[in-house]
Design a binder for this molecule. Structure first.
Ligand code: SD4
Length: 306
């Protein structure tokens, strides 16, 4: 019997993204095409200030994008601190398919994108630029890394700001193939050059066809520190359900740095190769979207530590 296709993704904007991915899966398409197509939806959404076009810029007013994509066989590609390209996920896929490399950053990533025929655009909308000007008025362009990271943490809390974070998407197609994609403009007002977890394979995204896939959202520094998505997949390999694996990975973050963790958000989302899903977050408020043949617009609250 052919496996049932399924796609899941982070946050409420995942519902619309899942719809686009489902159109690919429902036709018997490849999970990799599904996740690329799916996350392009929030990348293009002007109302969304944390992914792609109209994302909030860094401290210097520059909009820099991070994205990664991975399939079940360990093929992967990523871009970090990429400017001026509307769909960083598609550049990440080209890195995977057309270079011997996994990760291209900054000017090099832009140069590669232009060589591949992507269009150079100004992605900072007047609204996002205005928000940056407002932030500058009170932020004092704070030089202290520690206080900035702390502020970033607060910004990622529900209600802390409208910094609504990353889209991470995981799909299983009708041929039983898994794939994942992750894309973000990163934390609003970050230091120029800051790279989060989303383009780091094993941190913001990890897929292993033998086991399952995981992705993350929230304060990327905490996810990188703990190789978060890799950890979730390895826990599933050891027999945990996706839900148990996400819980244990979140607890690892909380136990290692309890004082930092109580004020910041990290959420994990996972799916094993049988299509079972799970999620867990540090703080309440993390939701994830689920779409399969039974239900196309599912949105579920994740359990949380606090
Ligand atoms: C990152 N996880 O860059 C991403 C997205 C984010 O608050 O903005 N987190 O860390």
């Amino acid at each position: 019997k052919a496996p049932s296709a399924k796609v899941i993704s982070t946050w409420d904007f995942g519902v619309a993204a899942n719809h686009a991915a489902w159109a690919v899966l429902d036709k018997g398409g490849h999970a990799l095409d599904a996740v690329e197509t799916g996350v392009q939806v929030p990348e293009a959404d002007l109302k969304n200030h944390s992914v792609g076009r109209s994302g909030y810029p860094d401290r210097d007013g520059r909009l820099t994008l991070d994205a990664s994509i991975m399939d079940a066989d360990g093929n992967c590609g990523a871009v970090a601190a990429l400017e001026h390209i509307a769909h960083p996920i598609s550049v990440a896929r080209k890195v995977m398919e057309r270079t011997p490399h996994v990760l291209l950053v900054g000017d090099g990533a832009l140069q590669f994108a232009l060589e591949q025929g992507f269009k150079k655009e100004d992605l900072l909308t007047p609204e996002s630029e205005q928000a940056w000007h407002e932030w500058l008025k009170t932020a004092n362009y704070k030089p202290s890394i520690n206080s900035e990271v702390h502020d970033y943490g607060k910004a990622a809390l529900p209600g802390g700001s409208d910094n609504h974070d990353t889209i991470g998407m995981l799909a299983l197609d009708t041929h039983g193939r898994l794939a994942g994609a992750c894309t973000t403009s990163g934390m609003a007002w970050k230091l120029h050059g800051r790279v989060g977890d989303s383009p780091i394979i094993g941190a913001g995204l990890y897929v292993d066809g033998e086991v399952g896939a995981a992705t993350s959202t929230g304060v990327g520094e905490e996810v990188i520190r703990n190789a978060g998505s890799f950890l979730v997949v390895e826990l599933m390999r050891q027999g945990r359900s996706p839900q148990e694996a996400c819980h244990e990975a979140v607890m690892r973050i909380v136990k290692r740095r309890p004082h930092a963790a109580k004020d910041l958000q990290v959420g994990f989302l996972a799916m094993n190769r049988h299509g079972e899903v799970g999620a867990w977050a540090i703080q309440p408020g993390f939701s994830y979207a689920v779409c399969d043949a039974q239900r196309q617009d599912g949105l579920l609250p994740a359990k949380s530590v606090y």
